[in-house]
Write a protein that binds this ligand. Sequence first.
Ligand SMILES: [Zn+2]
Length: 85
Amino acid sequence: MEACGDCKTLKQEFWLAREHYVSLIVQHDQMIRDSGSKTSTLDTAIKKARRRRNDAGRRFLDHRISHEDLISPHDNNSRAALKNT
Ligand SMILES: [Zn+2]
C-alpha cells in the first residue's frame, strides 16, 4: 500500500494530537498530585484534546481504508487472481 502526501499529513496530525493529549494528561496528573484534589482546570482541555486525537485517528484510518478501496472489489481480474493463490 502506497503512502501519499495525505497519509503523511494525517499521520502527522494524529501524532501531534496524541502528543498534545498525552502532555495534558501528564500535566493534569501533576496538578492533582500537587493540589490533592481530584479534578483540575485541565479537565475540559483534556476532553477536547481526546476528541481531537480520536477525530484525527479516524480521519487517518478512513484515508488508509480509501487506499485499499483503490484495489477495487469490482476488479474481477485481481479478485480471481487472489482466489487462485
Ligand atoms: Zn494516502
